[in-house]
Write a protein that binds this ligand. Structure first.
Ligand code: 5AD
Ligand code: FES
Length: 349
């Protein structure tokens, strides 16, 4: 372990080239990866697991990504958008329960969003002081739009790059390009957001090399948050007949992320919990330190199915909070209601 770095990254790993890292990673049993990642995570975040309340406020989407259940061409989806009043009520209830971060997520490319989101954020900021963080996850928009949203009260932004393989990206997301997405990530950083990105594990057409490149890209982008999860086929998409990789692959990638980005906030994702009953716990044991209870009203949740077999559809977010607290206790961790900035941001202060 380094004594000079503010983060205890095993230095030999931080310096490895792509080939060196691939060789090292491939030769490590999962148990070794887990114990290294656990140590790094415990050194940076203790046994705390931060909470983010997720609100899937609209499933309208004008993109047609091959993997995604709410893609524009899926006419079976019943489309909805929560009203401002509904969103405000959820946030108020969340604040009363002690939550300090809310993630507002929707489909992509909505023409009306620049204005409606600014108005919503202003209304939220009337009662939510700076102890409360708003994270947006609404896709690619022009930099000026990100600037307006930031002025209106947003703090953080999640925009996964999905895969670092440009050709695979263009194939999976028709009409879009990886370079435009990376530009948006840069724009968000310039506008002062805490930026999160990430990728799916096991997309049809990717290889282990792609996955390691994905982790390298996360580090190159100096992400404050990294969300990853297994690809899960949705029956009403062109990728319906493909399969997920075993959960172990997501767990191994989580550990590698924690080792190379010790400062990052890494959620144990719902997708992992949907692939395996202990998927989220397994990610937490591999270095993840965030959970995102889904606060979307239960009658709307089942219309926001990015993939099949999504968990927690019948439970409301408040039930999930109690469930999560038992789940983290089962692995010797505890939920934290703190705002939970990434350590990179804390360091910059
Ligand atoms: N399987 C797993 N994750 C998916 N996402 C979208 N579709 C799927 C799927 N079929 C992920 C993408 C997106 C995030 C909100 O959900 O990575 O960025
Ligand atoms: Fe939702 Fe357990 S976390 S029911």
């Amino acid at each position: 372990m380094s004594t000079t770095s503010p983060f205890p990254v095993p230095q030999y790993l931080a310096k490895l080239s792509f080939d060196g890292l691939r060789e090292w990673f491939s030769s490590q049993p999962t148990s070794v990866l887990l114990s290294l990642a656990q140590t790094v995570c415990a050194n940076t975040y203790g046994n705390k697991v931060y909470l983010r309340g997720l609100i899937e406020f609209s499933n309208h989407c004008f993109c047609d990504c091959l993997y995604c259940g709410i893609r524009h061409s899926n006419h079976k989806v019943e489309r909805y958008t929560l009203s401002e009043e509904e969103i405000i009520a959820i946030v108020q209830r969340g604040i009363a329960r002690g939550l300090k971060t809310f993630v507002l997520q929707s489909g992509e490319n909505r023409q009306d969003l620049p204005e409606t989101m600014s108005r919503l954020l202003r209304r939220l900021r009337r009662f939510a002081n700076e102890d409360i963080a708003f994270t947006l996850s609404c896709g690619v928009y022009p930099r000026e739009v990100y600037r307006e949203w930031k002025k209106a009260g947003a703090n953080r932004y999640l925009l996964r790059f999905e895969t670092s393989d440009e050709d695979l990206f263009s194939h999976l997301c028709p009409g879009k390009s990886l370079s435009r997405r990376l530009q948006a990530i840069e724009d968000l950083k310039i506008e002062g957001y805490a930026v999160g990105s990430g990728f799916m594990v096991g997309l049809p057409g990717e290889t282990l090399d792609t996955r390691i490149q994905n982790v390298f890209l996360c580090r190159e982008l100096q992400l404050e948050m990294v969300g990853i999860g297994p690809f899960l086929p949705h029956p009403d998409t062109p990728l319906a007949s493909h399969h997920s990789l075993p959960i172990e692959e997501t767990v191994r990638m989580t550990a590698l992320l924690r080792l190379l980005l010790p400062w990052a906030n890494i959620p144990a994702t719902t997708a992992a919990g949907s692939l395996h009953p202990r998927g989220r716990e397994m990610m937490l044991e591999a270095g993840a330190n965030v959970l995102m209870p889904n606060l979307t009203p239960t009658e709307k949740k089942r219309h926001y199915l990015l993939y099949a077999n999504k968990i927690c559809l019948d439970e409301d977010g408040w039930e999930c909070l109690s469930c999560l607290s038992l789940r983290v206790a089962s692995i010797g961790k505890s939920l934290s209601f703190a705002k939970g900035e990434s350590l990179l941001r804390e360091e910059k202060r």
